[in-house]
Design a protein around this ligand. Structure first.
Ligand code: MG
Length: 252
């Protein structure tokens, strides 16, 4: 079987265009549109969708948080590690990854407290910030109404999730986040906006939504765009003891 490269296919496309312009049909064969090189990299999948594939970076394996995470100041993260998970310690502040990321696939599991306290935004609130700026909301949204663009699975204050697929408080849930970082014009405005797709518990809840800008608690995000490169994944301390486990990421 003759192998056709991408370059060869480009020449073929040009030849095809010339042929179309001169109205002389070019005879096509099946192998003329086959691309063989470079070969697609081989990745070994996990046993289940929750298991890290062979090319993933393990961000938290249930034991050592300080290996891949720091607090806001770059020091030891102040959250509690026990029973294979890490839990927000109120007042300890955010934690963030030492490594920086742009385009990525992030798997993260989270659990809001079994003991229900508070309501609306005050119940099981945390969050996952992509590139330190764009919040995917973590919240106990099981029988807990709040504004739709602020419930679990929302891109906070920008996009409500397509459906509410939350499990009960105290149960483990998962997000699989596919994130495309923004590209910038020279003046600092977006050339292409950040885009996010999310599956919660295996169900699509955000379908490649394009963000208007960094997450803002107050105000409209368009006005606050600033040029940025790869940045940390940040987990939010919103004062509620939300837990996380099995965190892995693939650079795209
Ligand atoms: Mg939050």
């Amino acid at each position: 079987m003759k192998k056709i490269s991408f370059l060869a296919l480009t020449f073929l496309a040009i030849a095809s265009t010339i042929s179309a312009q001169t109205k002389q049909p070019m005879e096509m064969k099946p192998e003329m549109t086959e691309i063989w090189e470079p070969e697609v990299p081989v990745v070994t999948p996990g046993r289940t969708a929750a298991d890290a594939p062979s090319d993933a970076i393990i961000l938290f394996d249930g034991n050592d948080l300080s290996k891949e995470w720091t607090n806001a100041e770059g020091g030891l993260p102040g959250w509690k590690v026990a029973d294979g998970c890490v839990t927000v310690v109120k007042g300890a502040g955010i934690i963030k990854t030492k490594k920086l990321f742009d385009d990525c696939q992030l798997h993260i599991e989270w659990r809001t407290p079994a003991k229900v306290e508070g309501e609306s935004q005050g119940r099981g609130n945390s969050g996952i910030f992509m590139q330190e700026r764009y919040e995917v909301q973590v919240l106990d949204s099981y029988n807990n109404r709040t504004y739709r663009n602020g419930q679990a699975g929302s891109i906070y204050k920008q996009y409500a999730p397509l459906v509410n697929v939350c499990k009960a408080p105290g149960e483990w849930q998962s997000y699989d986040i596919i994130y495309t970082a923004p590209r910038f014009n020279n003046d600092g405005t977006y050339f292409t906006r950040p885009a996010i797709t999310i599956l919660q518990n295996g169900v699509l809840i955000q379908n490649h939504v394009e963000l208007r800008g960094p997450t803002q608690y107050i105000g409209i995000p368009e006005y606050f765009v600033e040029k940025h490169g790869a940045a940390a994944i940040v987990l939010q301390d919103h004062g509620n003891p939300v837990s996380f486990r099995n965190i892995w990421i693939r650079k795209l």
